[in-house]
Design a protein around this ligand. Structure first.
Ligand SMILES: [Zn+2]
Length: 253
């Protein structure tokens, strides 16, 4: 009787142990899956975070521009007033020039804020493209990928922003004007958004224009990597541009 009880007890203990072991294995498996998933999720989350930060940044700049434009209007009125006073010999030329300098300064501030908005738009377009590229097969060196939204050449000659002069030289000798660079390397905007753009430059040309086509043909022949945006991507009002260099992989601050 005692032995039977012992056997029952043993069975119960081993059942409990087996169940406990199964639970441990299941939890461990769940943890591994969660770990794998969290890496993808982290990247997707940091992209989403970056896009939302860029949109907030743009919104604050737009508010700032409204105020700065009021300053421009006021400065312009001062210049007009002082012009008259100067003509009437009421004020000195120096006083007129001082107001003209203040007007130019106010206009520069608006220009800078607008440039920062266009840089933020560039970041948004590039992050959206990175999202799409993350879903595609990894592309090796020298690969050329063309989608409705973007064109990508992965390059095979390496790239350093110090070589930008070569690209500028090609463009100005072909088109008789300087390369329209909209973002060169790391800007204050990129810093603020925690976006690594140190080794890249953005050129404001449409990839389907004659200039864009010639520039991309040159970059391909020189083995220089680029990412060209054909159209404003969803969620971004940015105009088409060509990003010369590798796509940014760093989104963390
Ligand atoms: Zn870029």
């Amino acid at each position: 009787m005692k032995e039977a009880l012992n056997n029952h007890l043993k069975l119960a203990v081993s059942l409990i142990l087996a169940f406990a072991l199964m639970t441990v294995v299941a939890v461990a498996q769940k943890k591994t899956n969660a770990k794998e998933k969290s890496l993808e999720e982290k990247l997707a989350a940091s992209r989403a975070e970056l896009i939302s930060a860029a949109n907030d940044y743009k919104a604050s700049l737009e508010k700032l521009i409204e105020l700065l434009e009021k300053d421009v209007t006021a400065a312009r009125e001062t210049v007009e007033r002082r012009k008259k006073l100067f003509e009437e010999s009421v004020i000195s030329k120096r006083e007129l020039e001082e107001s003209q300098r203040q007007l130019a300064e106010a206009e520069d501030k608006v220009f800078d804020a607008k440039k920062q908005i266009s840089e933020a738009d560039g970041v948004i377009a590039e992050v959206i493209a990175a999202e799409q590229m993350a879903k595609m097969k990894p592309a090796g060196a020298g690969a050329f990928i063309s989608t409705i939204a973007f064109i990508r050449f992965t390059g095979n000659a390496g790239w350093n922003i110090a070589e930008a002069g070569k690209v500028q030289g090609f463009f100005s000798s072909r088109f008789g004007r300087s390369l329209p660079v909209s973002a060169f390397g790391q800007s204050v905007t990129h810093d603020k958004l925690g976006y690594d753009h140190r080794n890249a430059m953005d050129v404001a040309v449409h990839p389907d224009s004659a200039e864009g086509q010639a520039l991309m043909a040159y970059l391909r022949s020189a083995g220089i990597p680029f990412l060209a945006f054909r159209q404003a991507l969803a969620g971004s009002s940015t105009g088409p541009h060509i990003h010369i260099g590798y796509p940014s992989k760093r989104f963390a601050r």
